[in-house]
Design a protein around this ligand. Sequence first.
Ligand code: MLT
Length: 275
Amino acid sequence: MMTSTIHLHGSAVAFTDTAAQPTLVLLHAFPFDREMWLPQLKAFAGTTRVLAIDLPGFGASAPSQVTFTVESVADTVAKLLDAVTGTGQVVIGGLSMGGYVAMAFARRHSGRVAGLILADTRSEPDDAAARQGREKTIAQVTEVGASGIINQMLPKLLSDATRANRPDVVSTVLRIASRQTTEAVVAALLALRDRPDATTGLDTVTVPTLILVGEHDAITPPVVAAAMSTRIPGSRVVIIPGAGHLSNLENPDAFNAAVIEFLSTVDPAFPSVKT
Ligand code: MLT
């Protein structure tokens, strides 16, 4: 597994690359970084090339020199892929905010996409109440920093069972979120608030698509996943038992099994069994 940084238009972008073909790109949720994909990086190491990228300003990536929007981030991902893997196709997956970026990537760079994984995400934009909520969170983060808001987010991010029985997951979530900068968190909140409606674009997705959702996801519940699926021809929804919003961390075995099965249907070069 290789950890690396490249400079794109003067900004450092950090990523972890497990270097084996073909390639799965993973985009993290808000307000986290690529460490949230550790259970997947470990499970797929040696069999699948996984690029887990810190979005601009998060983790070890420098802030973007252009405004952080789901579109600009999708373009940064495309540039990173040009530099790291060449111009071939990849399977691109994202969880929640990462899913918004993955959808933007599929709209803007459709020729690069062999398959799409949308985890715990939605295609609709923020409604008025959600936009107001973003303003409130921006004010709070500006005052107390990312570590000051993550505790109150936990009940929405993790299922009751995870919070009660998985202190390791709780501490991972707190640790990753707490180290993000106020600047990155505010930039992302503005991008989340202003993101476009991706719903109509879903009709044009023609690649195999897997939609994953935690059984108890309180932010993007299974009903939202089902609605997205009706828009994407041939897509499949897999519900991750016991998990809330951060389904890849809460139930990695079920999450990974669904991804592995999906990848083998997209490209026979992906392994069909977990090794
Ligand atoms: C995330 O997990 O990335 C966030 O829930 C996205 C959002 O707040 O819209």
